[in-house]
Design a protein around this ligand. Structure first.
Ligand code: SAM
Length: 325
């Protein structure tokens, strides 16, 4: 997956003239802070160069993860057509670009972001957008949501790992109160990211949310450590991205996990593919999370007829309707 052309060009304009050595150093610092999940009271994107390093090395991957998660949500709730959105920890506007690319129905977007540098970069990138109407708001999602209006689509992508764990339960409940339609949370596809998503899931189910994706059920997650639920999306690396990271390969695989919780229960509950399919001649084995709340590897062969035909076309993260084949 690549960034939409308009966003890619806006990023290139912003990065034009930034010395490569400066970008490399800032990218290394950013990556170390994210990897170690540093919480030292400072924002990772605390200054202009850190925000630009994010554009060069993280935005393509977080965009791909967000866009894929939104697509899964749209597949599950095909009638969902948000007109308003609220994004917490918007960074450079990643979710705004992905959501408006998917839903032309969005007319107004509120983007809350704590870092002045990230907000400024986001505003510059989105300068040419005239629909939706965008309101950038400075603030801390854990304390500044009291007067926030509700929105059809509420999102928070790659933010929970920067927030003190003790603040998360209240934040999740507040986000749900602000959700008129669907709440989407995306996290890195690490065991720690999965655990944060599981905690949010438990809390959201307790307050009456319907899980739209990825789980086809509301039962406790059937996976147990060292296994964990996550998905993967291949992302093209630009030349600058490769240079900033000293990387040779022109792509990377972004691992992510997400949760979509909705006010509207979904109609169907297809099983979800939780790992890369293992295909052989005339057969395919799929690790499936199933509507009964169980996970198992199931083998489909030609004898399964239409279900086999559907199963062999699937990829990690896709769904399979076991009832209608
Ligand atoms: C990893 S970036 C993710 C940006 C964007 N959502 C994305 O997916 O690319 C996390 C963003 O959340 C912001 N952030 C962290 N804690 C926050 C808080 N308590 N309130 C508002 N924003 C916060 C950070 O400044 C940063 O811009």
């Amino acid at each position: 997956m690549e960034l939409p052309a308009e966003l890619r060009q806006a990023v290139e304009r912003l990065l034009d003239g930034v010395p490569l050595a400066t970008l490399k150093q800032a990218s290394r610092t950013l990556s170390d802070r994210y990897r170690a999940e540093v919480r030292d009271g400072r924002l990772h994107m605390g200054d202009d160069i850190a925000a630009k390093a994010y554009l060069a090395t993280r935005l393509p991957a977080t965009y791909a993860a967000v866009r894929t998660s939104l697509e899964a949500l749209a597949d599950t709730l095909p009638d969902f057509a948000p007109t308003t959105m609220l994004d917490i920890g918007a960074g450079p506007g990643t979710v705004l670009w992905a959501a408006t690319d998917l839903w032309t129905s969005i007319e107004a977007a509120t983007l809350l972001e704590a870092s002045n540098a990230a907000r400024k970069v986001g505003q510059t990138l989105a300068a040419s957008i005239d629909k939706p109407q965008i309101r950038w708001q400075a603030g801390d999602g854990t304390i500044d949501l009291a007067d926030m209006p509700a929105a059809d689509l509420v999102t928070m992508a790659y933010v929970m790992d920067e927030i003190a764990p003790a603040s998360l339960p209240r934040l999740i409940e507040r986000l749900w109160q602000l959700t008129a339609g669907t709440l989407l949370i995306v996290e890195p596809g690490t065991p720690a990211g999965w655990q944060r998503i599981l905690d949010a899931r438990t809390r959201l189910i307790a307050v009456g949310a319907a899980i739209a994706a990825p789980c086809p059920h509301h039962a406790p997650c059937p996976l147990t450590a060292p296994d964990w639920c996550h998905f993967s999306r291949r992302v093209a690396r630009s030349r600058l991205h490769r240079l900033a990271k000293d990387a040779d390969v022109p792509w990377e695989d972004e691992k992510f996990i997400y949760l979509a919780a909705s006010r509207t229960p979904r109609a169907a509950r297809p099983a979800r593919v939780l790992a890369p399919p293992k295909a052989g001649s005339g057969k395919v084995a799929l690790k499936l999370c199933q509507p009964a709340g169980t996970v198992s590897e199931r083998l489909f062969t030609k004898r399964d007829g239409e279900t086999f035909k559907a199963a062999r076309r699937l990829d990690w993260g896709d769904v399979l309707d076991l009832e209608s084949g």
